[in-house]
Design a protein around this ligand. Structure first.
Ligand code: SF4
Length: 63
């Protein structure tokens, strides 16, 4: 699955990083970086949880 972040609405609050740190990283420059574009089955539940908890609804998973 592919991870898509709408950076126009992301506010870099790092909620997703807390849930799925292997995939999302907010760096010192205060921008969110997506570390893995294509996630495997192992990461799917954590990324789905991150998408659900993102207060800005900025994360989309696409097959
Ligand atoms: S949880 Fe949403 S708003 Fe927060 S850093 Fe992640 S994508 Fe951006």
């Amino acid at each position: 699955m592919k991870v898509i972040v709408d950076f126009d609405v992301c506010e870099s609050n790092a909620v997703c990083m807390q849930v799925a740190p292997d995939v999302f990283e907010v760096r010192d420059d205060d921008f969110l970086y997506v570390l893995v574009d294509e996630i495997g089955p192992d990461e799917e539940s954590a990324v789905s949880e991150a998408a659900r908890r993102c207060p800005r609804q900025a994360i989309t998973l696409r097959t």
